[in-house]
Design a protein around this ligand. Structure first.
Ligand SMILES: [Zn+2]
Length: 117
């Protein structure tokens, strides 16, 4: 598995190259290729920012896990896990830093089954 930091650097380098190509195309009066290069710049900048967020989240989770392993009780991260962010709090990842344990999840399922019956 490739380090996400490598993807971040590659996307940033690609964005810089495409930005230079955009400027060169604009200077030469080639507006259609410049639009394509500019779109590529946007895509690569978004990719670089996404990888930057992923690296930062991984570092925060590692630091949280390290503090837990040392016996500390660090506060949960915000959001507690990425699955919770994308599921609007309905599901949690195995690396969840919150108080959402498997027992609470099973209790919630049992309560939903009782409500529907
Ligand atoms: Zn969670």
């Amino acid at each position: 598995m490739t380090n996400p930091r490598r993807y971040q650097h590659a996307a940033a380098a690609g964005a810089i190259v495409l930005a230079a190509a955009t400027i060169g195309a604009l200077a030469a009066g080639l507006y259609v290729p410049a639009c394509g290069f500019a779109f590529g710049v946007l895509v690569l900048v978004e990719a670089a920012l996404r990888e930057h967020r992923r690296v930062n989240r991984a570092q925060l989770e590692c630091e949280w896990a390290r503090r837990r392993a040392l016996g500390m009780t660090p506060p949960p991260l915000d959001p507690c896990c990425l699955l919770s962010l994308h599921s609007h709090g309905q599901a949690h990842d195995r690396k969840c830093t919150g108080t959402h344990s498997l027992a609470q999840f099973i209790d919630q399922l049992e309560q939903q089954q009782k409500d529907s019956a």
